[in-house]
Design a protein around this ligand. Structure first.
Ligand SMILES: [Zn+2]
Length: 431
C-alpha cells in the first residue's frame, strides 16, 4: 500500500522565491498543455498524445524567448505537471464513457496564480534527497529545513511540496509500505452516522458530534468581517486572507486528528466494520449543509476504509436506501416513518429500541448479509481526504491534480497500538 507522510518544511526567503518560480512554471506548463489540447479540439484535430504534448509545451517551448525561463526549474517538475493534466483528462474520459464509477468528473480547468494551494512534485528521477543533516535537497531549490515529526518507514518514491492558503509549506512523501495486520478479534460493528451524534455503534456506544467548526465560527466570523473591510489589493487585505485561512486550517487539523483517533480505535477493536453509505453530496446541498460539512463523514469513512485494508480488517458500505431506522433489529418488521424527534420506540414484537442504536444494529446485520453474499467487498473508491498522518493513494488518483491539491496539513505521529481515547468515547453509552 502507498501511504503519504507529510511534514512541515521551513524554506528560507530565497528558497521561497525559488519555490514560487517552480509553482509558476508548473502552472504555466499545465495551462499551456490544456490550451493546446483545447485548440486542437476546436480545430477538429486529433487528441494530442502525451508525448507530443510534452515535446510541444516543454522541450520546444524552452527554446522560445517567451518560455525560456522554464529551464530555471527541474524538468521533472514540469513533466509531473503535465502528468497531472494527462490524469485529469483520463479521469474525464473514463467518467464520460461510464468506465469510472461515482460522480461525474469535469474536464480539466486552468490553474490560477490565485489558487489557494500551490504544489509541485519531484519523482525519484529528479534525484531529490534526504541529506545526512536531515535537510531535504530539492534540485534547483536548495536544502530545505524539515520538521521530522515522525520517521519515514522506507525511502520515498516521490515528494510533493505544497504551499497552503495559510502560507505554510509542507513536504508530502509517498512511501511504499507493507500491510500491518492486527491480531484477529471477534467483535464486528455497524455504524450509524448522524447529526445528533457523530456516530452510533451497534454495541450501544454513542460518539458525540465534534462541532469544531461551530465553536470556531464566532472567531471565523470576526476574521471574515475584518477581511471584508480591507481595501481590495491592499497589503492589509492579504494579511487578513492569511488569518482566515489559518483559522480554517486549525479547525481542519483538529477535526482530522480527532477522526484519526476514533477510526484507529474502531478498526483495532473490530474485525469487521460496516457503515451506512450516506449520500453526503446530496445532504451537503440541503439546509443541514453546515452540520454535514462540519461532521466530515466522507473523510472519516475514508480513514476506516484504508485502515481496514492495511490492518487486515473487513470494511464495507451498506446501501443507503436500506430503511435502517424504521426496521426492528429484533423481528425485522418495518415500522411507519418516524419524525426525527422520536429518539426511542417500541416495536409490536415487544422490543424497545433506541433509534440510532437500532439503526446501527441493522447496518451491522445488512453488512454481514452482504458479506456472506460476497457483495460486501463492493467498496467504492471514496476520496480519502488526506488524514493527519497518512493518506491512502487510490490507484487512479495517484497522479491526479486532486491528490496534490487535497493534501492536508499534518503534524505529529500516530501509533496503532497506543491510542488515546477521545474524551467523547468514554461518555456513557445508550441513554
Ligand atoms: Zn420487532
Amino acid at each position: 500500500m502507498q501511504l503519504r507522510y507529510n511534514y512541515r518544511v521551513y524554506p528560507t526567503p530565497a528558497q521561497q522565491a525559488s519555490l514560487g518560480r517552480a509553482f509558476g512554471c508548473a502552472r504555466v506548463v499545465f495551462n499551456d498543455g490544456l490550451r493546446a489540447r483545447q485548440q486542437a479540439r476546436e480545430a477538429g484535430e486529433a487528441y494530442l498524445s502525451d508525448g507530443d504534448l510534452s515535446k510541444r509545451v516543454i522541450t520546444q517551448a524552452k527554446r522560445t524567448p517567451e518560455r525560456e525561463w522554464l529551464g530555471e526549474v527541474s524538468a521533472v517538475v514540469l513533466q509531473q505537471a503535465l502528468a497531472d493534466l494527462n490524469t485529469a483528462y483520463r479521469n474525464f474520459f473514463t467518467s464520460l464513457s461510464g468506465k469510472r464509477k461515482g460522480r461525474k468528473v469535469a474536464p480539466p480547468r486552468f490553474r490560477s496564480r490565485k489558487d489557494n494551494r500551490q504544489a509541485i512534485r519531484f519523482t525519484a528521477n529528479a534525484r531529490f534527497k534526504v541529506l545526512d543533516n536531515s535537510r531535504l535537497r530539492l534540485p534547483k531549490i536548495g536544502d530545505l529545513a524539515v520538521r521530522w515529526s515522525r520517521r519515514l518507514p522506507a525511502p520515498p518514491t516521490s515528494v510533493t511540496v505544497i504551499r497552503d492558503a495559510a502560507g505554510r509549506y509542507f513536504a508530502s512523501f509517498v512511501v511504499q509500505t507493507s500491510d500491518e495486520p492486527l491480531p484477529p478479534v471477534d467483535a464486528e460493528v455497524g455504524i450509524d452516522l448522524g447529526l445528533t451524534h457523530f456516530a452510533v455503534l451497534s454495541n450501544g456506544k454513542k460518539i458525540a458530534a465534534p462541532k469544531f467548526l461551530r465553536r470556531a465560527a464566532r472567531k471565523l466570523r470576526r476574521l471574515q468581517q475584518d477581511l471584508s473591510r480591507k481595501q481590495p489589493g491592499s497589503n492589509n487585505r492579504s494579511k487578513a486572507v492569511v488569518k482566515v485561512a489559518r483559522a480554517h486550517a486549525r479547525v481542519a487539523d483538529t477535526r482530522r486528528d480527532w477522526q484519526h483517533k476514533l477510526s484507529t480505535r474502531i478498526i483495532r477493536d473490530n474485525q469487521a466494520v460496516y457503515v451506512e453509505d450516506l449520500c453526503v453530496t446530496g445532504l451537503g446541498r440541503t439546509r443541514l449543509a453546515k452540520s454535514v460539512h462540519d461532521a466530515g463523514w466522507a473523510s472519516f469513512t475514508g480513514m476506516l476504509e484504508y485502515k481496514a485494508a492495511r490492518h487486515g480488517r473487513t470494511f464495507a458500505r451498506v446501501d443507503r436506501f436500506f430503511p435502517s431506522t424504521r426496521m426492528c433489529s429484533d423481528c425485522g418488521r418495518i415500522n411507519d416513518n418516524m419524525a426525527l424527534s422520536v429518539r426511542a420506540w417500541d416495536c409490536p414484537c415487544g422490543s424497545t429500541h433506541d433509534r440510532d442504536v437500532n439503526a446501527a444494529k441493522n447496518v451491522l446485520a445488512a453488512g454481514r448479509a452482504d458479506n456472506s453474499n460476497d457483495r460486501g467487498a463492493q467498496v467504492r473508491p471514496a476520496p480519502v481526504l488526506a488524514p493527519r498522518v497518512e493518506a491512502v493513494i487510490h490507484s487512479d488518483a495517484a497522479c491526479s491534480t486532486r491528490s496534490v491539491e487535497g493534501i492536508p496539513v499534518l503534524q505529529g505521529g500516530e501509533n496503532v497500538n497506543v491510542v488515546t481515547c477521545p474524551p467523547s468515547l468514554s461518555a456513557a453509552p445508550a441513554r
